[in-house]
Design a binder for this molecule. Structure first.
Ligand code: MN
Length: 202
C-alpha cells in the first residue's frame, strides 16, 4: 500500500514570517513529496509494501540505505510539521516540570535548541527527546531519525538548508530564532511525552 504525503496541519501561510508559504510549497510540496514518492517506488511489490512506516525505517536501517533515507525523511518531515504551530503553544505541567529538571527553564531549553541547531554541521535534525523519564537534546545527521532509536522524540527542528534558504538565505540563526521563539509546538511535545511511545505517521 502506497503512503500518502502527510498533510500540513495548518495553512501554508500560517508560519509566516518565520517560514513562508513559498518555502512550504517547496519543502512540503516538493522535497517531502519526493521522499514519499521514492519510498513508495522502493517498497512496491516487496514485503515492505504492507508494513508501517516505522517498521520500514527500522528494517531498512543499515541494510538498505536508499530506502532508509527516503522512509526516514518521510517520517522526519511529518513529525517536523507537527513540531511547529501558527502560535507557539504551552507545555503541559508534566513537560514543564521535566524541562525545568533537565535544563533549568524553558528559556534555557530554547537557547540550547538554537545553539545545537547552529552548531550542527551541514544537514540534519535537532530533537527534544525523552528516554527513561529524562529529557535531552539529540542531533541526527542527514536523514537519520529518532523514530526507531530507543528515544521518544518530542519535537524536531529541520536544519537542512532547504528549510530556510528562501526566507533567510544562509542565516540559519535567524530561522532558528524565528521558529524556536515563535512557532514551537510544545503542546505536541506534551502529547508525545504523555503517550510514552513514539509518534506514528498517518
Ligand atoms: Mn527538510
Amino acid at each position: 500500500m502506497a503512503f500518502a504525503l502527510s498533510p500540513l496541519p495548518y495553512a501554508d501561510t500560517a508560519l509566516e514570517p518565520a517560514i513562508s508559504a513559498e518555502t512550504l510549497s517547496f519543502h512540503h510540496g516538493k522535497h517531502h513529496q519526493t521522499y514519499v514518492d521514492k519510498m513508495n517506488a522502493a517498497i512496491e511489490g516487496t514485503p515492505h509494501a504492507d508494513a508501517s512506516l516505522e517498521a520500514i525505517v527500522a528494517a531498512s536501517r543499515g541494510t538498505n540505505q536508499g530506502l532508509f533515507n527516503n522512509s526516514a525523511q518521510t517520517w522526519n518531515h511529518a513529525f517536523y510539521w507537527h513540531s511547529m504551530a501558527p502560535e507557539a503553544t504551552a507545555p503541559s505541567a508534566d513537560l514543564a516540570a521535566k524541562i525545568d529538571e533537565a535544563f533549568g527553564s524553558l528559556d534555557v531549553l530554547k537557547q540550547q535548541l538554537k545553539d545545537r541547531g547552529l552548531g550542527h554541521f551541514a544537514s540534519g535534525w535537532v530533537w527534544l527527546a525523552e528516554k527513561d523519564g529524562k529529557l535531552s537534546i539529540e542531533e541526527t545527521h542527514d536523514a537519520d531519525t529518532l523514530a526507531d532509536s530507543g528515544f521518544n522524540p518530542l519535537l524536531v527542528l529541520d536544519v537542512w538548508e532547504h528549510a530556510y534558504y528562501l526566507d533567510h538565505q544562509n542565516k540559519r540563526p535567524a530561522y532558528l530564532d524565528a521558529v524556536v521563539e515563535g512557532k514551537l509546538n510544545l503542546a505536541f511535545a506534551s502529547e508525545n511525552l504523555a503517550r510514552g511511545t513514539v509518534w506514528t505517521y498517518a
